[in-house]
Design a protein around this ligand. Structure first.
Ligand SMILES: Nc1ncnc2c1ncn2[C@@H]1O[C@H](COP(=O)(O)OP(=O)(O)O)[C@@H](O)[C@H]1O
Ligand SMILES: [Mg+2]
Length: 453
């Protein structure tokens, strides 16, 4: 059952119980009053009859006197006089004044009860002339009670019904925000983050609607970011694959080819038994294999993040640097990184930021020196810097491409910041990431002795 119906039903029940109690009290009072009035009317009636027949000795026509006495009761509100003949047959009776607004039959049955009947003791002069009886009839009294109680009771009933109706509609309006919110949450639950609710009234609920809308805005913003990160990730992965294919092709294929050629030559030389030439070819093969091993190792270093969980951050950065050293021997690289871990999330973010900064420095400019520095300040902030002495940022790089955005987002996800700017001390770019250091419980010492070979 809905909250609205539950509340309306409970209040309607209370009002109905009050109304019923009121009606029962009114009924009880009315019952006492009708009975007392009937008894009173009977006493008055008996006294009237007594007075009328008092001077019986002087009455010339006693039977006529009795008939007149019965006629005296015509139009009485509560009593009926009935005259029976000596043989018990009905001779005459008075008629009752009819009520102006008769009460309904059920009320009459409830309130009137059995009529009071009294046989009048007549003086001896009236003996054998008939039997006079007085009989009460509550019709008029009940009609009075009805007209007195009906109006207040019906006003109360109308008032209570109005309360219930007004309550029903007011509750409907007051609870509508909850209904809206339920629907809105269901839509959010189904992934529709564009859902918004109109401002709620009354005032107490306005904060609820604005809070919900803020939450929905944040969720859609997060979804958008997620989407973009996902796209970036795919782009980056695609680029990495292409780069890997190119590197394999450029660095390993020629060596494999030369090994193949040398092996063929050895086969031919074996027939001439030219030992010196054979040794020379074998040495050539060995040096090609050494080159290949170095290249493959550098490529493995590039294949992060799969490598990072096996390497410490410092080692992974060293690998990255040796990868670039082998490609750009003219650049001098330096690295100052404490051999420690700040937890996998931070390590992995730092690695990604440094990898992108290195590749930007190498790709977009011609530096002679690149420095990587990681330090922990006394204020529990981790500062990572990558500095190059290339040409610096061009004027059009206001927001950056996916690489810069990705770095900034990685830092923001960890509650930190990332700034890419031109160096002040000399031409070149400095990338500065500032990340809050996690509490002791989250950080781990660097794993030793597992640096991949
Ligand atoms: N170290 C740097 N030196 C000079 N220019 C840079 C450097 N790093 C980034 N940039 C500039 O910023 C731009 C955006 O970089 P990025 O977001 O990484 O995108 P992408 O590397 O895909 O071009 C680059 O195109 C380049 O012009
Ligand atoms: Mg880039």
């Amino acid at each position: 059952m809905s909250l609205r119906l539950l509340l309306v039903r409970s209040i309607a029940f209370i009002l109905l119980a009050t109304l019923t109690l009121g009606a029962v009290l009114v009924y009880w009072h009315a019952l006492q009053k009708v009975r007392a009035d009937m008894r009173g009317a009977m006493m008055v009636g008996l006294r009237i009859v007594d007075n009328a027949v008092d001077d019986a000795e002087e009455v010339a026509l006693p039977r006529r006197r009795l008939e007149l006495l019965v006629a005296d009761f015509n139009g009485d509100r509560n009593l009926r006089a009935v005259l029976f003949n000596p043989d018990n047959s009905l001779a005459l009776y008075s008629y009752l004044q009819p009520p102006e607004r008769p009460a309904p039959e059920f009320l009459l049955n409830l309130l009137s009860g059995p009529p009071l009947v009294e046989a009048v003791q007549l003086p001896p002069a009236f003996k054998n002339l008939g039997i006079l009886m007085l009989e009460s009839d509550a019709r008029n009294e009940v009609a009075d009670v009805w007209s007195e109680a009906a109006l207040p009771l019906s006003i109360l009933a109308v008032f209570f019904s109005l309360i219930v109706i007004v309550l029903y509609f007011t509750l409907g309006r007051a609870l509508k925000p909850l209904e809206d919110l339920t629907f809105a949450f269901a839509r959010i639950g189904n992934g529709d983050y564009r859902t918004r609710v109109a401002p709620f009234f009354p005032r107490e609920l306005t904060r609820l609607s604005s809070g919900f809308n803020e939450m929905a805005i944040r969720l859609s913003e997060m979804e958008r970011r997620n989407h973009r990160l996902h796209e970036q990730l795919e782009t980056v992965q695609e680029e990495e694959r292409i780069e890997l294919a190119r590197n394999l092709h450029d660095d390993v294929s020629p060596l494999l080819f030369s090994v193949d050629v040398d092996a063929m030559t050895i086969k031919e030389l074996a027939q001439t038994r030219d030992v010196d030439a054979l040794v020379e070819r074998a040495n050539a093969i060995r040096s090609a294999v050494v080159d290949m091993k170095r290249n493959v190792k550098a490529l493995l270093g590039q294949l992060r993040p799969s490598g990072l969980h096996a390497l410490s951050l410092a080692n992974a950065i060293e690998n990255l640097i040796s990868y670039w050293k082998s490609r750009r021997p003219e650049i001098v690289f330096s690295c100052e990184c404490p051999d420690k871990s700040w937890g996998s999330r931070i390590d992995s973010a730092l690695y990604s930021i440094i990898r992108e900064s290195l590749s930007n420095a190498v790709k977009h400019t011609k530096p002679s020196r690149i420095e990587v520095l990681i330090e922990e300040t006394y204020h529990d902030v981790l500062v990572a810097r990558v500095l190059d002495d290339g040409g610096g940022l061009g004027p059009g790089v206001a927001t950056g491409g996916f690489g810069l955005i990705g770095m900034k987002e990685r830092a923001a996800l960890l509650g930190g910041t990332l700034v890419v700017e031109n160096r002040r001390d000399r031409p070149g770019v400095v990338v500065t990431a500032r990340l809050p250091v996690p509490s002791e419980a989250d950080s781990f010492p660097a794993m030793e002795g597992i640096a991949a070979q």
